[in-house]
Design a protein around this ligand. Structure first.
Ligand code: NAD
Length: 452
């Protein structure tokens, strides 16, 4: 372990702690340890593997306040969000703790014998996590991977390693055998890249930017390595004139400014049917001005700072179109930015087309259902989105027409641990969460047993 890294509190710009980064040799040694642990972990009985995961969940739950405080300090997440994020890890572990005893194969009718299928674990799974939701995104990878009988090497993002490192300690405290779940803080180009190139890592689960995701997919091709990608987004919040406009407007700030807009599901495009546009904007302005940007450790905070000075600077470059109005933000130290509402002149605006990953939203009017759908689909991304209407037929038609993986109608909530999550187009490949995620962590083996 060669280099050290200062972890910064984005709300104060002070150093939270200094950690050591894994170098290549330490990464290789840990991957080899995980490969060795796989030989015993895969043979732990299904009931016992489930029990390990429930114990892991219980230890995480018992450290809820500690983990939340760490995420507030390391990531600037609001207290409300940080507590939800710990619960999400607990829920995902508990949900998948039932999976080992339900990893059913099939019995397929054939001539001359019996044909059965098994869902076999892959081996070592590498999970690469971005900085925006360090705990949930880690859990969505490691919980189903472990449940299916794999061992895990997990690399947190450089900015936000602290909660992942704690989760690694809690796995050991819960009694998981050494080597089954390993957390390796370090650089993407060293630790993350080694997950791609090391032959003992049989699958990479990557969440992050589309640019790095493409490079990882290309790298994995060399060993035909399995890969799940959760990438960028440019999601739309489509509001029809027949909707409850006051409700749609009141909830719109949360759909894009939550986590300071650093959310792959952020609805950074708001499309409003023209006849309701002015009414929507009146209600929306009130809601944006009420959105509390403040010290994230306060229970009242709706939004904290951006993660870094670099991210702050990137987000400023998106202020390229007329500003309709803004909310407010603290001044002084910290990477603070007020929620900002743009009214782009046309759909070529960069802020309309590219992922922002900051508290900036663009609003445009549309004339009819067909135009609204076309505007929403005019993107290389397809991760999330919302539709507001009281017309059930329209809700169904538009839901089917929007090219995106996760939609909500008369709601902006897109993530539930028991339902699938993932993207269309360049937003990703494969699905996480829900009952089917286990298929991404197993291979189907077919066995024919002769009657003779
Ligand atoms: P990033 O792509 O820069 O980094 C993500 C992770 O990959 C980090 O851990 C990083 O260290 C690692 N990495 C970087 N280069 C690597 C390489 N060459 N090989 C292996 N690993 C490497 O992304 P970020 O800035 O941390 O996160 C923001 C992005 O994540 C946004 O684009 C956002 O939309 C996306 N995201 C997507 C989802 C989703 O579920 N679709 C969820 C959260 C974030």
């Amino acid at each position: 372990m060669s280099t050290t890294y200062d972890v910064i509190n984005p709300a104060t710009e002070t150093i939270v702690t200094t950690i050591e980064h894994y170098d290549l040799a330490a990464t290789d040694a840990t991957i080899e340890k995980a490969a060795k642990a796989f030989e015993t972990w895969r043979n732990v009985t299904p009931a016992d593997r489930g029990a390990y995961l429930r114990r892991f969940a219980a230890v995480v739950a018992s450290h809820k306040e500690e983990l939340a405080a760490l995420e507030i300090a390391n990531s600037g997440h609001t207290r409300g969000n940080a507590l939800w994020e710990v619960d999400n890890v607990v829920n995902v572990l508990t949900y998948y703790s039932a999976a080992p005893e339900r990893l059913f194969g099939k019995q397929i009718p054939v001539a001359g014998g019996v044909d059965i299928t098994f869902k076999e674990p892959l081996g070592v799974v590498g999970v690469i996590v971005p900085w925006n939701f360090p705990m949930p995104i880690a859990g969505w990878g490691f919980a189903p991977a472990l449940a299916a009988g794999n061992t895990v090497v997990l690399k947190p993002a450089e900015y936000t390693p602290l909660t992942a490192m704690k989760l690694g300690e809690y796995a050991l405290e819960a009694g998981l055998p050494d080597g089954v779940f390993n957390v390796l803080p370090g650089k993407g180009s060293i630790v993350g890249n080694r997950f791609v190139t090391h032959p003992a890592v049989r699958k990479v689960v990557f969440t992050g930017s589309t640019e790095v995701g493409k490079a990882i997919m290309a790298g994995c091709a060399d060993q035909v390595k399995r890969v799940t990608l959760e990438l960028g987004g440019k999601s739309s919040n489509i509001i029809f004139a027949d909707a409850d406009i006051a409700k749609a407007a009141a909830s719109a700030p949360g759909s894009v400014f939550d986590n300071a807009g650093q959310d792959c599901c952020a609805r950074t495009r708001i499309l409003v049917e023209r006849s309701a546009f002015d009414t929507f904007m009146e209600h929306f302005e009130i809601a944006v001005k009420k959105f509390r940007v403040e010290d994230p450790s306060l229970a009242t905070a709706d939004m904290g700072p951006l993660i870094s000075r670099k991210q702050f600077d990137v987000v400023q470059t998106f202020l390229d179109e007329p500003i309709a109005f803004t909310g407010s933000a603290p001044t002084g130290p910290g990477f603070w930015m007020a929620p900002t509402v743009l009214m782009p002149k046309n759909v070529q605006a960069r802020s309309w087309r590219e992922e922002v990953f900051g508290p900036v939203v663009s609003v445009m009017a549309f004339d009819d259902e067909a135009q609204g759908i076309a505007m929403a689909n005019d993107s290389e991304y397809g991760l999330s989105g919302s539709i507001w209407t009281r017309d059930v037929g329209r809700a169904l038609r538009v839901s089917r027409a929007i090219e995106t993986g996760n939609l909500s109608v008369n709601s902006n909530s897109s993530v539930r641990y028991s339902t699938p999550f993932g993207g269309f187009k360049q937003s990703g490949l494969g699905r996480e969460l829900g009952p089917d995620a286990l298929d991404s962590f197993t291979e189907v083996k077919n066995v024919f047993i002769s009657n003779d």
